[in-house]
Each structure stands twice: as C-alpha cells, then as structure tokens.
Write a protein that binds this ligand. Structure first.
Ligand SMILES: Cc1ncc(COP(=O)(O)O)c(C=O)c1O
Length: 393
C-alpha cells in the first residue's frame, strides 16, 4: 500500500518552521518563569478599559434578525465609515466605501481584483511580515521596495521596479517604522502608478495614533487628489481597538472613471463571499462611539509608554530610540556586539523579556529590537528596565 502524500497548494510555499525565538518563548512559558511580553499587539489583552456591558448593548438591535446581502455592505454602516474619513479630513462618498471582515481581508479582495497569477505586488521594506503570506495566498508574490532611513524614512525610488506589478502597497504609518508617507513621496509614487495604470493600496490602520508627525506627513491619502486609483484601508481592529468585531473597510478614490469601474468589479469579488456579518454592521454606530474612547485610551497608553521609554534611555546609553511619527511600535538600536536575534534570545532566556528582532521586519540598521508600546505599565516598565540594563555593553 502506498503512503498517502499531502500535497498542499504552492500558495502555501511560504510556510516556515518555528523560529528560534518562538521556541525559546514556548520553553520559557513552560518553565513557569515570568514573561514580560513587549510584543503584545492585541489591545483587548492590554488591560485597557473595555466596557463589556456597552459592547453587549451595541448588538441589542432587532434588525440583526434580518439579512440584506450587499457586496459593499449595508448603506448606513458605509455612511458611518465615510463620516469617519471626514473626521480624518478626507471627503469620501458612501458609495466609495466597501466593508470587509478585516484589513487582511481587504488585501485579499483587492489582490483578487487587481492581480493576475504570478504577478508581483510592490510592498515596502521594512514593514510588517504578513505580506509574504497575503500575496502568496492569492497566487502573487511580494516585491520589496526599500524605505531608506537618514533620520527620517523615505521611499528609495531606485528600488521601485514596476515591471509586471499588480498593485503598489503603501503602509502609512508604517509598522514598525512609524513613518507616514511624506507628501513628496506620495505624489511621486502616485504619478508613477498613474503613468503605469497601477493601483495603490494604502494601509492606514495606524493613522489614528500620531506621536510626532512631520509637517508634510500624508495622514489620509483619500483626502489628497491623487492621479492614481487608490484604495485606503482601515478598520475597527486598530482605529477602535476592536479586532474581535471583524470589521474593516476600503475607500476607493482617484480618477472618477477608474473608481467607478473598480467598484463595479470589486462588487463581483465581494459578492462571492459576503463575509461581513449583519450584527457588526448594525452595531456600528455604538461600536464607533465606544471605539472612540478606546482609541483615546490606546493613544494615551502608547504616548505614556513611548515617553517613559525615551526618558529611560540615558544620554550615555549605547541604545538609541529611533524617532517615530505614529503607531504602536518602537525601534531601539542596540550595540552591535551581537546580532538582533542573539539579543532577543538573551533577553528572553535570561530576563524573560520578549521583543522582536529587527530582521523579522527586514530592518537593516545594524542590531535593532522592535517592541510594542501597548503593554500595561506593570509589564512595560520592568521589561524596559531589564532590556536597557542588559544592553549596557
Ligand atoms: C500595518 C498593518 N496592516 C494591517 C494589519 C491587520 O489588521 P486587521 O486586524 O484589520 O486585519 C496589521 C496587523 O498588525 C498591520 O500591522
């Protein structure tokens, strides 16, 4: 008898073995020793004031018993999202909004809309590592373009290769660099995209968490009259600290004729799944209200932790905190006596401090550690103290 052989799709070719840090974390947790998790990025696990009763009440609406399938989502919910763009200074019509289950799903729908199998998607580097997965799962491949750092992050246009490209992804503010796209880079990228007939996907999920934005930071691409078709992504997950609700959105902007055709075709894609639940759409007015308070609480936490971190790094410390314009992450440059993975492993094994090495994000600035600004003070403060004490070489 032949042994059955599992043959997954090549779309799963990105699957990798568990890395050393994940193994070290499992061992540390199994030992029962404390872990100061400075990678925490789930706001519901960050000891923030989640009003469980109000969240339950938000769903107490008789209309959750009805089903009105619609590829873009229910009009009243889309109108609220359009109004939320206005809060960020961008005027977007209700018809330009498409609801999804998450930003990751927004990427998935847009890659289906824009890409032919085998095509490349331009993605920023450094950035968060999910793009390998999101592109491969759609039969596409990520093609990095570099963000260069000279005290500020900007697009390295020499690394932008537009051959056979399905879409250009911009993450603004980027994770983990915390950099908004500058107006100059935005306009140059948009004019290149328009010339080549390539759409831009602008991931703005962290746009609501400014730290120290540059004067020319583009905080909402939908608010800028760009010559390229642009899809701006956001969602409850980050902007309202409500990832468990599973509601994301896409705003299509740019030349009207392209927007109209793109939305028509995006309807076909979205109609094949209809993945957004009715309850979350019906509850949206109240969720946005609750989310506004959560956003503020998250923002205060991030500001508090970043200020504490900056203050803890003395003038004579060999560590430096990279400036950031926005977002939930911080990047610390540590001495290059060992590489970033070795630092991360030492911090975890010997002090229980969990951080991510910069290479996870393709940071190429010597030895860097990436940490989240979301953890509660009782974890963040001792974690940072141990990190800075360890990296005093
Ligand atoms: C830059 C960026 N975009 C999108 C996402 C995913 O967001 P969502 O939870 O809405 O899928 C993340 C998650 O960390 C992220 O860092």
């Amino acid at each position: 008898m032949t042994t059955p052989v599992w043959k997954p799709s090549q779309r799963l070719a990105f699957t990798t073995d568990e890395n050393l840090l994940a193994r070290a974390e499992a061992a540390r947790r199994a030992s029962g020793l404390p872990v100061y998790d400075l990678t925490l990025s789930n706001p519901t696990a960050a000891e923030l004031p989640y009003p469980a009763d109000a969240l339950m009440q938000a769903f107490a609406e008789p209309s959750i018993a009805e089903y009105h399938p619609s590829p873009r989502g229910l009009a009243p919910a889309r109108a609220l999202v359009a109004a939320d763009f206005a809060r960020r200074g961008a005027s977007v019509g209700t018809d330009q909004i498409v609801l999804t289950a998450s930003s990751s799903e927004s990427y998935s729908l847009l890659f289906k809309l824009l890409g032919n199998p085998g095509q490349a998607v331009l993605v920023p580097e450094p950035s968060y590592p999910l793009f390998d997965y999101l592109t491969s799962l759609e039969g596409l491949s990520p093609r990095p373009y570099r963000l260069a750092y000279d005290g500020r992050w900007h697009v390295d246009f020499d690394s932008v290769d537009l051959r056979d490209v399905a879409a250009i992804v911009v993450v603004s503010p980027n994770n983990p660099t915390g950099s908004y796209l500058s107006a100059t880079d935005c306009d140059r990228l948009a004019s290149l995209a328009a010339q080549e007939g390539i759409a831009i996907i602008a991931d703005e999920v962290f746009a609501d968490f400014p730290l120290a934005p540059a004067a020319d930071a583009v905080t909402a691409m939908a608010g800028r009259k760009l010559p390229a078709l642009t899809f701006s992504l956001g969602g409850l997950s980050k902007a309202c600290g409500l990832p468990q609700m599973k509601l994301g959105w896409i705003a299509a902007t740019g030349p009207a004729v392209l927007v109209e055709q793109a939305l028509h075709d995006l309807d076909l894609v979205a109609d094949s799944y209809l993945s957004v639940g009715t309850p979350v759409q019906v509850a949206l007015p109240k969720l946005l209200e609750i989310g506004g308070a959560l956003r503020e609480a998250i923002h205060q936490r991030v500001l508090r932790n970043r200020a504490g971190l900056a203050a803890s790094i003395g003038a004579d410390s060999p560590c430096t905190l990279l400036p950031a314009e926005a977002g939930w992450s911080a990047i610390i440059r540590v001495p290059e006596v060992k590489n970033d993975e070795a630092w991360a492993l030492e911090l975890l094994r010997e002090h229980g401090v969990l951080v991510q090495p910069g290479y996870f994000f393709d940071l190429r600035l010597g030895a860097t550690l990436v940490l989240s600004l979301l953890p509660p003070p009782r974890i963040f403060d001792p974690g940072i103290a141990a990190l800075l004490a360890t990296c005093q070489v």
